[in-house]
Design a protein around this ligand. Structure first.
Ligand SMILES: [Zn+2]
Length: 132
C-alpha cells in the first residue's frame, strides 16, 4: 500500500511517454533515487525555487540498460496483449484494429485498456504490483 502523502502534497496525474517513464524508474533506482524525487527536483529547478538544483543524471550505460529492459518488457507485453480480447476494437485476439470507419486495419499498437491489462499480467509475472 502506498504511503499517505504529507499535507499539501497529493498524487498528480500527468501524461508521460511509456518509453521515458518506464526506463526512468529503473534508471532512477540504479542511482539510488526514484522518479518522484527526480521530477520534483526538475520542477523546482524549472520554477527557479531558491536552492533548487538539477538532479544528477544517470550514466549513459545505466540508461541504455533501462531502455533495453523496457524494450524487452514491451515485447513481452505485446505478446500477451495479442492473446487478450480488446474492448475497444472488439477483436478476440490478434492485432488491434485502428483507423476510421471502413479504414480500420490491423495495427502494431494496442488500444490502451488492452495494453494496460497485458502490462499488469506481465508485471505480475515478475512480482511487480506497482500500477505506475
Ligand atoms: Zn483494440
Amino acid at each position: 500500500m502506498p504511503s499517505q502523502p504529507q499535507s499539501g502534497r497529493r498524487q498528480r496525474a500527468v501524461n508521460f511517454s511509456d518509453d521515458d517513464w518506464e526506463p526512468g524508474r529503473a534508471a532512477a533506482e540504479q542511482v539510488g533515487d526514484n522518479r518522484n524525487n527526480v521530477i520534483e527536483r526538475l520542477y523546482a529547478w524549472w520554477l527557479r525555487r531558491p536552492g533548487a538544483e538539477l538532479p544528477e543524471r544517470p550514466p549513459q550505460e545505466v540508461i541504455d540498460q533501462a531502455d533495453a529492459a523496457w524494450e524487452a518488457l514491451k515485447t513481452e507485453i505485446a505478446a500477451e496483449a495479442l492473446k487478450l480480447p480488446c474492448t475497444v476494437c472488439d477483436v478476440a485476439a490478434g492485432p488491434c484494429l485502428m483507423g476510421k470507419g471502413k479504414g480500420k486495419r490491423p495495427s502494431k499498437g494496442f488500444h490502451r485498456p488492452r495494453f494496460t491489462a497485458a502490462t499488469a499480467i506481465v508485471k505480475e509475472r515478475y512480482g511487480d504490483t506497482s500500477d505506475d
